[in-house]
Ligand binder design. Sequence first.
Ligand code: MG
Length: 250
Amino acid sequence: MTKKLLLALLMGASAIAYSQEKEPTNPEATEIYEPVPPRVTPGLNGAPPSDAIVLFDGKNFDHWISAVDSTEVKWHLNKDGSMTVKDKTGNIQTKQNFGSVQLHLEWKSPKEVQRSGQNRANSGVFLQKRYELQVLDNNDNPTYVNGQVGAMYKQGVPLAMASSPTGEWNSYDIIYHAPEFSRGGNIVKPATVTLLHNGVLIQDHFEIEGTIEYIGWPTYEVHGKAPLMLQDHNDNSRVSFRNIWVRELD
Ligand code: MG
């Protein structure tokens, strides 16, 4: 009896099955050739990769509607290819519903500083219209750390604060895996999020605890695919966004 088989016997049936596989005798025996991953042409200088859905390229709001009443977006469309929150017109959301995604977007706070704490250039990126990654001008502007820039709001404290100077563009690259629910409506697999802020890892596969609550604790509600949403914080935040694209992961 080989040492490996003896170990397998100790570890149980599945290990036995593994141990009985033929020992590789050449390098090819452990190489996989199919299926071949699809070819994706990468975007250069921030451009979207070839298989991305471009949600905003500065030309129009064709992929977006008001999250308040599903009418057309009332935010500002700027000549430089960006959009800016128009105060008190409400959040905007994608027309399309999404599950798990890779999402890229860029945002900036206004150069002229107004107010402090949560009321300085507050916006947010809501995944599946429920889970908010905070957007905030945090430069020389402390606030509660689970509500600072890059936080999963009131749940996930970011690993670092990686903001560009006030008034300059930031990038968010997000990997989001949607939650899974049982038929009975119980959470089987919580949602997770990874966030690179200006290329710096600040959320590392964070397990989301449920729908964002301003007051109270998060809990999960059963849902399927849902829109991506950008926040109008209703205090003249004047946050701008540009270059938004997404790759579906399911
Ligand atoms: Mg916010």
